[in-house]
Structures are given as structure tokens and as C-alpha cells.
Design a protein around this ligand. Sequence first.
Ligand SMILES: O=C1O[C@H](COP(=O)(O)O)[C@@H](O)[C@H](O)[C@H]1O
Length: 260
Amino acid sequence: MSHPSVVIHPDGELLARATAARLVTRIVDAQAARGAASVVLTGGGIGIATLEQLAVAPARDAVDWQRLDVWWGDERFLPRGDPDRNETQARAALLDRVPLDPNRIRPFAASDDADEATPERAAEQYAQALRHATRAQDHAPVPWFDVCLLGIGPDAHVASLFPEQPAVYEEERSVVAVHGAPKPPPTRLTLTFPAIRNARQVWLLAAGAAKAPAVRLAVSGGGPVQVPAAGAWGREQTLYLVDESAAGELPRSMASPGVL
Ligand SMILES: O=C1O[C@H](COP(=O)(O)O)[C@@H](O)[C@H](O)[C@H]1O
């Protein structure tokens, strides 16, 4: 477990640009060290804005896109191509605009996929894909992702781990189906805490004043059942990347603007 650090940017647009620049560096470093890199994408406003900025980042060509594995932290269980799917939004923002290897893009199943028509089967299928991608030396059921991006909801949910829902108690499985999510759509698929905690780095993104209470609770020791963001940490680093509005309720000692 790594203790969280907070980096504050003036506004949401700069947060997305700075996070995109940070991602380029992280991916390039991982590719240099291990030959390939892996990222876990998030949905949500600032998560997708970050991908849009990555698509136009001046240094984007420093990334070897063919040696990047792309996973998702959660998905809304909807038909393929539905505009509310995190996959659809990520493809439009970035994935269709860079030369990724299609075999290394790992979306969750869609509700209209013939073989994975139930959320439970789709969750098991994703868990299996993660298991297959794991190196023996990782000794874990999911890869040690280089970065796991997570948006934070106003209720402090991350991925589709919502406060007090069954998924926040999951300790064994790496992926579960979610029914009755308080944010629509109600049926979702999500990585669990044990899966997220295999990431080398976890970056939690939040912009806007509506996220300020969630950010405060998450960095000041909230419990993961009520404050799921507090249960997300990386093996090596846990970073809160936020704008000034989302940092508005942090103690003064933490609320200094960050630089890249
Ligand atoms: O539904 C979801 O919401 C969260 C946060 O979204 P935001 O728009 O409030 O930033 C997101 O992280 C998650 O991936 C998504 O499925």
C-alpha cells in the first residue's frame, strides 16, 4: 500500500492536459523498463477529457502505441457502440486516433455480445482475460498495471464501486457484475479493490466543486465501504490529480498548487 499524494492544477482543462503529459512519461518509462506498458482507463468527464488531451499531446509520438495494453476499470453493461459505454467514449477520444494494436485493446463485453450476454458471464470472461495477461512472476490474478486511472464520483465511487454496494466488499474475485448502481445505467462491470491494488500506480482524477467532499473524505482516512476512493491504492504510488475546485475542502497544508 502506498500513501496518497495530492497534485493540484488550476482548472479541469489544465488537469486533463497535465495528466495526459504525465501519462506519456509514465508509458514511455514503462516501455523502456519492461518492453511494454499497460494502462487501465476510466470513464467520466475528466477521464475522457484526459484521453482527448493525450490524442493531441505534443509528445504523444514518443509512445510506442503498438506496445501498449489497454484495459478498463469499469464499464456500463450496454450494447456495443452505445454512447454511454466507457469504451465508446474512449475510442472517440483517443483509441481510434492512435496506432494501437487492436489485439491489445481489452474492452469489457457488451450486453449484445452473443457469448457474454449476462453481466456475471461477462465479468468472469474479463477476469479470465486478465489472468491470461498476467506474467508468472507477478504472482497475482491480474497484471501489475503501470497506471490505473480512476475518476471519482461526487459520492466517492471509483470505477463502479459504489458506497455500501456488494462490490466494495469483494475480496476474492478481480471483476464483478454490479446491479442497481445508484448512477445510471444500473448494470455495470467493475474491477474490484484487489484488482486495482495490483497496479503499480493508481491515479485518482477529480475536477469541480461537486467532488470536493469526496476528495476530502478519501485523503483523510475515510473507510472504503462508505468512501470507495479511499480503498484504491497502488503498489508503488497513489496520486490524487485534482483541480482547485475539487481540492477546495482539503486542509490548507495539502492545498498548494502542483506542478508537473
Ligand atoms: O459512471 C462512472 O463515473 C465515474 C466518475 O465520473 P464523473 O463524470 O463524475 O467524473 C467514472 O470514473 C466511472 O468510470 C464511470 O463508469
